[in-house]
Ligand binder design. Structure first.
Ligand code: B1M
Length: 211
């Protein structure tokens, strides 16, 4: 099946073939959401497991990540078209010390799909940059991604910095990433934790309506 092929080619880091197959799946009428979840993300999950078990190393992970990003880029306009429209502005970034951006990019894409404006601060973002952007650009939500247990505490620093800057009552803070949990969200006093890109996008719409 084509979704399995996408997953397999992504694992092999074959970006061109991934792009071709994603386009083919789109042309066959498979929804962008299904292609993303059952093709691209399923392949990336296997990469994650193999990386953890030392069966593959950083270079293989990087080529798979590149294939993931190129395939996802084709889906971006379709995900936007499939989503219901909302309004609001959020900023998003991977926290300081952390360079993982695949999940953050997916979350961004899905939020944009809901019609919200997203300011992408990239990776390795310092707490003050999140705060200054939220103030200067009038964001309703600060979205924080972390993939390393060592960088999760930076999320707590952002919450504290928002309190110190006096914006805590009108800017919501949403967190996510593989090691992040609801319990951690409560511990640091963030407003919301969501486990994946789709629920993150839904939650942003909900939070934007609250502020
Ligand atoms: Co890294 N890495 N990595 N890595 N890497 C992990 C995270 C790791 C779990 C692998 C492992 O050992 N099992 C491990 C962390 C262990 C830990 O902290 N306990 C790890 C490590 C150790 C490292 C290095 C330290 C390795 C080294 O150098 N020795 C190093 C750190 C570099 C740094 O950041 N300073 C490193 C480097 C890298 C690469 C550069 C090679 C590459 C990143 C490429 C890139 O992002 N451009 C990489 C990758 C790809 C991974 C794995 C294999 C895959 C991550 C990924 O992209 N998953 C990862 C293993 C794994 O997670 N199983 C691993 C796919 C992505 C779609 O999922 O990001 O979880 P994810 O996003 C999801 C959800 O979490 C959620 O939605 C997304 C989509 O549904 N989500 C949010 C994410 N952000 C959200 C925000 C929200 C809401 C939901 O609200 C705001």
């Amino acid at each position: 099946m084509i979704l399995d092929e996408i997953s397999a080619k992504l694992q092999a880091g074959r970006a061109k073939e991934v792009k071709m197959l994603v386009q083919q799946a789109i042309d066959e009428g498979i929804s962008a959401q299904i292609i993303l979840e059952e093709g691209l993300m399923s392949g990336m999950n296997v990469i994650g497991i193999k990386f953890k078990n030392n069966e593959i190393f950083v270079p293989e992970v990087l080529v798979a990540a590149r294939a993931m990003n190129q395939g996802a880029a084709l889906l971006k306009p379709l995900l936007a078209a499939e989503g219901a429209k909302a309004s609001g502005r959020v900023c998003i970034g991977t926290v300081q010390g952390d360079l993982h951006d695949i999940g953050k990019n997916l979350v961004k894409m899905m939020i944009e799909g809901k019609g919200l404006e997203v300011i992408d601060l990239g990776t390795d973002v310092a707490p003050e940059k999140f705060i200054n952007t939220a103030i200067d650009q009038d964001c309703q939500i600060i979205c924080l991604s972390a993939l390393l247990t060592t960088t999760m505490p930076v999320m707590g620093e952002v919450v504290k910095a928002a309190e110190a800057a006096g914006i805590r009552d009108h800017v919501k803070i949403m967190i996510g990433g593989a090691p992040v949990t609801q319990a951690f969200c409560e511990e640091i006093g963030a407003d919301a934790y969501t486990p994946d890109a789709a629920s993150a996008a839904e939650k942003t719409v909900e939070l934007c309506a609250q502020v």
